[in-house]
Design a protein around this ligand. Structure first.
Ligand code: CMC
Length: 381
């Protein structure tokens, strides 16, 4: 019998030059550059360029890329109409997936995509995803969408389109850093699902809509939304031990902890924790940060021996909460960043493509006779 690896754990699905993880040492690099350096010095749009084109852009290249992103932030009115028709109580990730799939219908690409077409698909997807998310967020609350502003950066513009207010530099920079930290992460579930779609030579819009559907789940990007619910439910730091032990005794997962690859604290969580600490210093809700620190301490005490530590989703929700972002938008914000990594993998797959067509281990019955309906008992034989 062939070897079987549930969840394909440890099975390489591609050769890639996009990002590198060392799960034992807590290292993450994009195109060879440590994530900490990018988070400190880069911007999201520059990091997206790096992921897509394997090098940091010079000033002229960056200016052109950012100009193109600015021009493509706008949505066609038919797409806004489509978003208006979606149910207000639907999850924004579902709205995003539907709108991105529909986006491809406005920009149909031939089956064998050229580099030029891939460039424009990347620009449109990176530029329009924040506009789609902000438009649905407003429409579902009965407000009109806010038009993008050309004088704002990618991140400033997203925050503006959500609230109609220009945020201060500290808030915008903090969110931009979050986007850098979420932009790419090797062969995770959503990237893999995008790759499977790309391997059929489907277009980038369909690839990204597959990946969005996969990111939504609470074991993947959806965990950040769950974390803030947990921190609110705990109420005070002194309740943490009881809350966590009850969860673990009930064999429930504590969201924002554990990772298939990292066996130490996720380096992104370390960086995000520092951002959260700064943001909560002067906040009237500083107790939420204190509860989070206590959850991490208690988890380390109770399940640290299983190499379970905080992952990227643990502190990101806390940061978005402080920025006034609605919890249902936390995973869409993840998608605003991750679209750049998904696209980089999609284009890498197109360049050296082989259709994904794994096998399975069949465990069902064989050669069963067909029984006519009148001869069947209540349970099918
Ligand atoms: N809380 C409590 N126990 C856990 C957790 C957790 N969050 N994660 C893993 N474990 C335990 C699990 O119960 C098992 O224990 P035992 O061996 O005693 O049965 C052991 O650790 C190994 O678990 P596993 O399910 O085999 O590990 P995995 O590599 O398949 O799971 C994971 C990885 C991310 C699905 C899992 O850690 C989890 O469910 N975490 C909570 C959801 C979460 O935070 N997801 C975000 C992941 S990082 C960012 C992203 O991908 O979006």
């Amino acid at each position: 019998m062939s070897d079987f690896f549930p969840g394909l754990a440890g099975v390489p699905a591609a050769r890639s030059k996009i990002s590198y993880i060392n799960g034992q040492q807590g290292i993450l690099e994009y195109r060879g550059i440590p994530i900490e350096q990018l988070a400190k010095h880069s911007t999201f749009s520059e990091t997206a360029y790096l992921l897509l084109y394997d090098r940091l852009p010079n000033q002229k290249e960056l200016d052109l890329f950012e100009t193109n992103l600015r021009h493509h932030r706008y949505l066609r009115h038919q797409l806004i109409d489509l978003i208006k028709c979606l149910p207000n109580d639907g999850h924004p990730m579902d709205a995003l997936q539907a709108a991105v799939a529909a986006l491809g219908m406005f920009y149909p690409a031939p089956p064998a995509q050229s580099e030029e077409e891939n460039y424009w698909a990347a620009v449109r997807l990176i530029a329009k995803i924040p506009t789609i998310i902000a438009a649905f967020a407003r429409l579902r609350r009965g407000n009109d969408p806010i038009q993008p502003q050309d004088d704002l950066t990618h991140t400033e513009n997203f925050l503006y389109m959500c609230s109609g207010k220009r945020q201060n530099t500290e808030t915008s920079r903090a969110l931009d850093t979050c986007l850098i930290l979420h932009a790419e992460h090797t062969m995770n579930a959503s990237t893999f699902s995008g790759l499977v779609t790309a391997s059929t030579l489907s277009d980038p819009y369909t690839v990204i809509s597959s990946a969005i559907g996969t990111l939504k789940g609470k074991l993947h990007g959806g965990a950040n939304e769950q974390v803030i619910g947990m921190l609110h439910a705990i109420e005070t730091a002194s309740d943490v031990t009881t809350y966590i032990s009850e969860k673990l005794e009930a064999k429930e997962r504590v969201m924002g902890f554990g990772h298939r690859i990292y066996k130490v604290k996720d380096p992104r969580a370390t960086f995000l924790q520092n951002i959260a600490q700064d943001l909560y210093k002067r906040s009237p809700e500083s107790h939420l940060y204190e509860i989070a620190i206590e959850v991490e301490r208690v988890m380390d005490e109770m399940v640290g021996h299983k190499a379970i530590s905080a992952n990227v989703d643990f502190y990101s929700g806390l940061i978005y909460h402080q920025m006034g972002i609605d919890p249902e938008l936390y995973t869409p914000v993840f998608a605003i960043a991750r679209v750049s990594g998904w696209l980089a993998h999609c284009f890498e797959q197109y360049k050296d493509n082989r259709l994904f067509r794994p096998t399975q281990i069949y465990e069902g019955q064989r050669n069963r006779p067909y029984v006519k309906i009148r001869d069947r008992t209540t349970r099918a034989s």
